[in-house]
Every structure is written in C-alpha cells, then in structure tokens.
Design a protein around this ligand. Structure first.
Ligand SMILES: *Cc1c(COP(=O)(O)O)cnc(C)c1O
Length: 343
C-alpha cells in the first residue's frame, strides 16, 4: 500500500509531517558545526531537554535507535550484559545493535502483560561475579511500552533492586512525554530513578528527525564520543534541533488530545462485533480481530485510505493517534469500520 494513498495514517506517530510554523523555526535557526561544539540551536535544545528531564547534560542524536545503542555502550563494556524485556525496542526492534556493534550480551526476560519485567526474574537473572558469566551491568526499561505506562511503584522497586546489585539503569523514554502528560506529572519525575534517558522528538512530538539522550555530565561526555564513533556526529543540524525546540514548546501538552482520540477510537471499535479492544493508557490502541474477518477488515480499511499496522495474519491491529489524525479522522475511521462490521 502506498503511503500517499492514505487519507488518515494511524500506523505510527512517526508519520507526522512538520507544519508551517515548525518549518519556519527550522528555516530561521542559527547553526554552526556541532562536532566543533559550534551549533547554538543544538546547544539550546540539549540544555532545555536536560532541564526538562532533570539531568545534568544531554546530547542530540539522529535517531532513537542510535540513542539507545549509545546508552547501552555508555554503561556496558564489551562482554558485559544488560537485562531487558523481550518486547523492549532496544532489544527486539533495533536489529541486534547492542550485540553486533556494542559486543554487549542481552539478557532478555519475558514482559508481563502490563510491560513490567517481574522483579524476581530480574533478580534471578543478575549474574554473580564468576568467570563463567558475562558481567551484568545494566537494567533497561521502556516507558511507555506498547503505549502502556509502567506503574511508578514498579519503576521505583525495579531500579532500587538494580542499584542494590550495582547495575546502572537506562530508560527508553521514546514516548516519555506521553506518560508524563497522561499521568499529569513532570517528565523529570518519571526520569528520576534512571541514570540515562532517551527521548524521541520524532514520535508524538512531531519533529521530522531526532532523539535526545540525557544523563550525568560524565555519562553524556562518554556518549558524545560514542556518537562520533557510530557516525552520529552531525554538522549544521541546528535546523533539526530547531524543530525539536519547537516541538517541546508547542507539542507536549497537546499529547492529551492524542490520548483522548485514542480512547474515543478504542471505545468506538470495542462496540463492533468481532473486535476486542484494550483501553489505551496513551496513544496506542491494539485491536484483536476474529480470524475469520481479519483479512477483509484490513482490506476494507486500506481501500478507504485508513492506514493501520496489521500483525499476526491480520488478527491484530495497532492504531496510533498523533498530531496528524484529529477527532474527525477518528470519526471517519469508526464510520468506515462500522460499514463493514456493524451488521
Ligand atoms: C521509535 C522507538 C525507538 C527508536 O526510534 P527511531 O528514531 O525510530 O530509531 C526506540 N524506542 C521506542 C520505544 C520507540 O518507540
């Protein structure tokens, strides 16, 4: 299916396109060579993100994938190990980069349905100091994970357990602002237990490119060298950072609209026969579809210009709300869905 043929694209919050005001901010950005430390707009974005997330320092990177890899390599040497969920982006969806490029051994553990990794499983997976074992150095969590918000008491307990065993803690906070806005708490509160946090600008925040990794001055100094090593040192990228600053100023509080649209979408779809829908915490809706109608339902949506991600032989769909699909898009999608199913 051609993306251009889509009337409304619910596949991901990565599909947002920069609007006129964001492009104007990009066009007028002051720039310099950031590898020489000369780009004032990147410095401004990094300072602002560090402050917002409540850490000492930050580094602007081209993607969330590179940001996570840099974080893993910041905390782990070759032959070290990190504990991570089976469903975590930085284990499952990043082409094995930690192992391939970092020589870091993943210790994946099954995620519970709410996205947590049971504490007893984490504790059992931490290796004793013994020459047979890789050194367990890091616990990586993700919030939100599959659109779900990790319970705060769980995050406290898991990071306390990790620290008790001398592990560092990394948060893949690609959608941290979704969690913060949904809970009505500062992003810094959710980031507090972690040594490093990666935040995406190019998801719900609507920037075209970029992530920011935040942490202590020492961690981010190490991260800067790794960014250069991995090819992520950019030059006059202030035009991209300007989009990120614009996003932080204009597109954080509005995530609440995406969450309201996701709830409306989930409630509407849940009324249709053949669909089972989990109520979303934030902006991601998963729909389970009776196998007999799965392929026809997917084809019907595609025919009417509605983009969704179909999984498991069209028996499951992921719908993501974002700044380019408004309440009208949700109404349209629900009317198209009920055309086929409400019989
Ligand atoms: C999208 C995403 C990333 C990676 O971001 P890219 O910029 O696409 O590389 C990392 N973690 C999570 C949870 C994500 O959703």
């Amino acid at each position: 299916m051609e993306a251009a043929a889509l009337k409304y694209d619910f596949r991901s919050d990565t599909v947002t396109r920069p609007g006129a005001a964001m492009r104007a901010a990009m066009a007028s950005a002051e720039v310099g060579d950031d590898v020489f430390g000369d780009d004032p707009t990147i410095k401004q974005l990094e300072a602002r993100m560090a402050e917002t997330i409540g850490k000492e320092a930050a580094v602007f990177v081209p993607s969330g994938t590179q940001s996570n890899l840099i974080a893993l390599m910041t905390h782990c040497e070759r032959g070290d190990e990190y504990i991570v969920g089976q469903q975590a982006h930085c284990y499952r969806w990043e082409a094995g980069g930690a192992a391939v490029l970092g020589s870091i051994q993943p210790q994946p553990l099954e995620n519970a349905a709410n996205g947590t990794i049971p504490l007893a499983h984490i504790e059992a997976a931490i290796k004793p100091d013994d020459p047979h074992f890789a050194r367990t150095r890091l616990l990586a969590l993700e919030n939100t994970i599959g659109g779900k918000i990790l319970p705060s008491d769980y995050v406290q307990a898991a990071t306390t357990l990790a620290k008790r065993h001398g592990l560092a803690c990394h948060l893949d906070g690609a959608r941290l602002f979704n969690a913060a806005v949904a809970l009505g708490v500062p992003a810094a509160t959710l980031a507090q237990p972690f040594d490093t946090v990666s935040v995406c600008l190019s998801k719900g925040l609507g920037a075209p490119v970029g992530s920011v990794l935040v942490g202590s001055k020492a961690a981010i100094a190490r991260a800067r060298r790794l960014r250069k090593m991995l090819g992520g040192g950019m030059r006059q990228a202030g035009i991209l950072a300007a989009a990120g600053i614009y996003a932080l100023e204009h597109n954080v509080e509005r995530l609440a609209q995406d969450h309201a649209n996701a709830r409306a979408l989930a409630q509407g779809l849940a009324k249709l026969p053949g669909l089972t829908v989990a109520q979303p915490d934030t902006n991601i809706v998963f729909v389970d579809i009776e196998p007999s109608i799965g392929p026809a339902f997917a084809a019907h949506l595609a025919q009417h210009g509605i983009g969704v991600v179909s999984m498991y032989g069209s028996t499951r769909q992921r719908w993501v709300t974002h700044l380019d699909v408004d309440a009208n898009a949700v109404d349209y999608a629900l009317s198209i869905a009920s055309q086929l199913l409400a019989r």
